[in-house]
Design a protein around this ligand. Structure first.
Ligand code: NIG
Ligand code: FE
Length: 409
C-alpha cells in the first residue's frame, strides 16, 4: 500500500477562526511552522510577526489536542463475534477462555495470517480510530506468542504508523496468554519471553514498552516480575494489565518497577492506588472492556481521584473484550459508566494518555515546540465531545504537522 501520508497537505501557517477548548469563549490562534507548534493563544494576542502567514480558517470550530489512544491490541487475525454470542448465552470471559476460545483463538488466526494480511485487516480499523481525531496510538503484540509471530504483529504496527503518518508506540505483550504448545509449562514460556523473544525484538527496534496480562487466567505475580526484570535489563519501560478480574497485587508490583501505567484496574486495592500515586503511574480506564464483559465491579475512581493518580481512557481495542473503534465513545462511557467528569475524560484521552506512553513532553497538548497534532471539532462546547455518542464531529485533523482530514481548511 502506498503511504497515505504523502497526500496530506502541510498544516504550516496561521490557524484562526478557532476556539481553543481551554478558553473557548474567545477566538484562538495556532501558528504551525515546519510541522511543529510555534505559538498558541488568543487571536488578539498574536504577535505581529505571524499575522501574514498562510491562513487556515477553522470556521468557528472548537480545538483540542490530537487524541491519544494509549491501549490497543489493533493488529490481529480474524474476529470473535462467536464468543460475543456465547457470552450473551451466559458464558463468562473466563469460561470462554477455558473452552479454547478467547485470546488463543485470535492467536490461531494471527499465526495463519501473513504480514500483508494483518496490515490489510488492521488498516480499516486504524482509519476508523483516526476519523475520530486520534493522532497517537499504542499497539500491543500478544496474539503471536512466538518470536516469529510477535515480530510480525509489531512490524505491522510500525508499518501502520509509517503509512498513515500517525505516531505508533509498540508494546511487547508476549506474556498475554500461554500458547497451546506450552500447555502446563508456563515457566518455560516465560523463560522464552524473557530470554529470547524480548531481547531479539528489542534489538530490532520493535519494542517501545513491555506489558504483561497478570491474572488468574494468564500469568502470576512472580511471572510478571520476571518479565519486568527482563524489560528493565534492556532499559524498556513497563505497563501492566492489572486487577481486571481479581486483585492480584499487580499494580503495586508494577509501581515498584516505575510502570508507565496500570490498565483495567477494576479490582485495584487501596495499597495499589497508594503505590501508583508514589510512582507516578497512570491509571488507564477501559470502559469498552467493562461494558462488553457486562462487568459490574467499578474501578475505584473516587479513590484514584482523591489520590491524584492521573487517569487515562482508552479503547482497549481487541477482538475479544472490546471491539471498540471510537475513542470518543469511550469518553462518553468513561463519564456515563465510570462517572468521570467531562474535563477528566478529555484529559484522559489527551494529556494523561500521552503520559501513559511516556510521551507527555511531546504529545497530548498544544504547546510550542510540540509536533502539531490537533483536532477541529464541529461543536460549540467541549462537553459535547462526551455528550453525543455515535456522532462524527471531526471537522479537521492536523496530524504530525499535516492536514490529515479536512484538507481544504
Ligand atoms: O485487554 N485482558 C487481556 N487482554 C485483552 C483481551 C484480549 C482478548 O480477549 O483477545 C484486554 O481486555
Ligand atoms: Fe488490553
Amino acid at each position: 500500500m502506498k503511504p497515505v501520508i504523502n497526500e496530506f497537505p502541510s498544516a504550516d501557517g496561521l490557524w484562526s477562526g478557532i476556539r481553543l477548548a481551554t478558553d473557548a469563549k474567545v477566538e484562538g490562534a495556532i501558528v504551525v511552522a515546519q510541522g511543529a507548534i510555534r505559538w498558541v493563544g488568543a487571536r488578539s494576542a498574536l504577535p505581529a510577526e505571524f499575522a501574514g502567514l498562510k491562513p487556515h480558517d477553522g470556521g468557528g470550530a472548537l480545538v483540542t489536542p490530537g487524541l491519544v489512544d494509549c491501549h490497543t491490541h489493533l493488529v490481529y487475525g480474524g474476529q470473535r463475534a462467536n464468543e460475543f454470542a456465547m457470552r450473551l448465552a451466559g458464558a463468562t470471559y473466563e469460561e470462554v477462555a477455558k473452552a479454547g476460545g478467547g485470546i488463543v483463538s485470535s492467536v490461531r488466526a494471527t499465526r495463519e495470517a501473513d504480514e500483508d494480511t494483518l496490515f490489510a485487516q488492521a488498516a480499516p480499523r486504524l482509519e476508523q480510530l483516526l476519523a475520530d481525531g486520534v493522532c497517537v496510538i499504542e499497539i500491543k503484540s500478544g496474539y503471536g506468542l512466538s518470536l516469529e509471530h510477535e515480530r510480525k504483529q509489531l512490524r505491522v504496527a510500525r508499518r501502520l504508523g509509517e503509512a498513515y503518518g500517525v505516531t505508533v508506540r509498540t508494546t511487547f505483550l508476549g506474556a498475554h496468554a500461554l500458547p497451546p504448545e506450552y500447555a502446563g509449562r508456563s515457566g518455560d514460556y516465560i523463560d522464552l519471553v524473557c530470554n529470547e523473544m524480548l531481547p531479539a525484538l528489542a534489538a530490532e527496534g520493535l519494542v517501545d514498552a513491555v506489558d504483561v496480562f497478570c491474572e488468574r487466567i494468564a500469568f502470576s505475580l512472580a511471572e510478571t516480575e520476571q518479565v519486568f526484570k527482563a524489560a528493565k535489563a534492556l532499559g524498556l519501560p513497563v505497563k501492566l494489565h492489572a486487577e481486571q478480574l481479581s486483585d492480584m497485587g499487580g499494580a503495586a508490583l508494577a509501581a515498584r518497577y516505575g510502570a508507565l501505567s496500570c490498565d483495567h484496574i477494576e479490582h485495584l486495592s487501596a495499597e495499589g492506588i497508594e503505590a501508583m500515586r508514589r510512582s507516578g503511574t497512570v491509571a488507564v480506564l477501559l470502559p469498552g472492556a467493562y461494558y462488553t464483559l457486562r462487568d459490574t465491579h467499578l474501578p475505584p475512581i473516587a479513590a484514584l481521584r482523591a489520590a491524584g493518580v492521573p487517569m487515562a481512557v482508552s479503547t482497549d481495542h481487541n477482538p475479544g473484550t472490546s471491539p471498540a473503534l471510537s475513542l470518543l465513545l469511550m469518553v462518553n462511557m468513561a463519564c456515563t459508566l465510570f462517572r468521570l467528569t467531562v474535563p477528566e475524560a478529555l484529559d484522559g484521552v489527551t494529556v494523561h494518555a500521552a503520559r501513559a506512553l511516556g510521551l507527555q513532553d511531546t504529545h497530548g497538548a498544544i504547546a510550542p515546540g510540540m509536533p502539531a497534532n490537533f483536532v477541529l471539532w464541529n461543536v460549540r462546547e467541549a462537553a459535547e465531545l462526551a455528550y453525543w455518542f455515535g456522532q462524527q464531529p471531526v471537522r479537521a485533523v492536523v496530524r504530525q504537522g499535516r492536514i490529515a482530514i479536512g484538507g481544504n481548511a
